[in-house]
Design a protein around this ligand. Structure first.
Ligand SMILES: *[C@@H]1O[C@H](CO)[C@@H](O)[C@H](O)[C@H]1NC(C)=O
Ligand SMILES: *[C@@H]1O[C@H](CO)[C@@H](O)[C@H](O)[C@H]1NC(C)=O
Ligand SMILES: *[C@@H]1O[C@H](CO)[C@@H](O)[C@H](O)[C@H]1NC(C)=O
Length: 351
């Protein structure tokens, strides 16, 4: 009897823990998620063609919302409530960019993205906003090509930004002709996601291949355009883009909960001209640990003439080593028992 009642108790605890978890999943959604379009009919339509303005945060986020909604069924076999949809990393990162002021006009010439101006405006002068274009539009169009979104390629067009239009593409056809390899990587990911036989690990691999390809396209176009931000922010952005190669190699699991957890370690505001590369006073320990590691990683990457990346990629072909790398990353960034100063002492001989 005792055994039975404790079993029931444990079960009840398990069930209620599960309920709490699922009801709070919606708290993790990116800013303004509820107000963003979640289906094509929420956008303007004329003669059967939908028009999206990707220079407004809700409309760009809406493309992500459509993506995670339409692909939910492919990830249900890994976890309920779309929590295991590995596409969550993209909208969550975009939400972080929005929340931390990284999508606003860094030149201050317009009020685009400012609280007292057009706060949902996305500035074409923001390096983050431009990089994110390739990480939102190309996956979105890749999904259309793969047939995941239920509309044909000529049914969606995007509006251009007020200037620098030549850096971007606006329809499935033009994006395909400008970025053929990256578009193929995104549509391959979606085709693979539709196959019930594909493993979690396989899907992560396809996702990260496409993600890294989008970042490389962005770097080719925008590396000279990051100049508007203060130097520490520019350096941070570039280091972050480099670090993505390593995160991709360990096939970081970009689920709703994992990404949210890690975002707590990201800089909560733009870095200022007098901010040091790490150990920033108003940042938390985990944010400073993250900046410290990012700096160290980039130093090793640079000093080795990128050989460290090849070595790392080779090592990470092993599933066991990938698992270990994920655990180490989680511990170093999130473990509050290690202070950034201690990390400095441990690694100062290497970095
Ligand atoms: C806000 O955006 C609208 C249209 O997008 C534009 O007409 C207006 O000038 C902008 N306002 C400011 C303060 O930038
Ligand atoms: C790595 O190299 C890039 C490009 O040359 C440079 O901008 C960056 O400051 C370097 N980072 C570190 C940590 O050495
Ligand atoms: C991501 O989440 C899964 C399941 O919740 C967990 O096992 C894994 O360790 C997490 N990965 C990282 C890098 O935190």
């Amino acid at each position: 009897m005792f055994l039975l009642s404790s079993l029931l108790c444990a079960l009840a605890g398990h069930v209620s823990a599960f309920l709490v978890e699922t009801s709070s999943l919606t708290d993790l959604y990116p800013p303004l998620w509820k107000e963003c379009p979640g289906q094509f009919s929420d956008y303007r339509v004329e003669n059967g063609v939908y028009t999206i303005n990707p220079w407004l945060y809700p409309e760009r986020m809406g493309m992500y919302k459509i993506l995670v909604t339409f692909t939910a069924e492919y990830f249900e076999r890994f976890a309920p409530n779309n929590e295991a949809n590995i596409l969550w990393g993209l909208p969550l990162q975009h939400g972080w960019q929005y929340e931390t002021g990284r999508l606003a006009d860094p030149t201050d010439e317009t009020k685009c993205g400012r609280e007292n101006g057009n706060h949902t405006c996305i500035s074409v002068d923001s390096w983050w906003a431009c990089m994110n274009y390739y990480l939102s539009v190309l996956p979105f169009f890749g999904a259309i090509e793969a047939g995941v979104l239920g509309i044909s390629s000529d049914q969606v067009q995007l509006l251009p930004p007020p200037k620098d239009q030549m850096y971007f593409c606006y329809s499935v056809t033009t994006c395909r002709s400008t970025f053929p390899e990256t578009m193929t990587k995104w549509s391959t990911f979606f085709q693979q996601a539709m196959e019930p036989s594909k493993s979690w690990d396989d899907l992560l691999k396809y996702l990260w291949d496409a993600h890294v390809a989008s970042i490389e396209e962005g770097r080719t176009s925008f590396d000279d355009r990051s100049l508007y931000f203060p130097k520490p922010e520019t350096d941070f952005g570039k280091s972050w883009a480099t670090a993505m190669n390593y995160i991709a190699a360990i096939r970081f699991e970009t689920t709703l909960q994992n990404v949210t957890k890690f975002q707590k370690a990201l800089p909560p505001r733009l870095l200022k001209p007098d901010d040091p590369p790490y150990f920033i006073e108003d940042f938390t320990d985990s944010q400073n640990r993250f900046l410290f590691l990012l700096h160290g990683l980039n130093k090793m990457h640079n000093d080795s003439g990128h050989k460290f990346l090849s070595l790392f990629r080779n090592l990470m072909k092993s599933e066991l080593l990938r698992k270990m790398a994920n655990t180490v990353l989680e511990q170093i960034i999130l473990d509050d028992n290690i202070s950034p100063q201690e990390l400095d002492i441990i690694f100062s001989g290497y970095i």
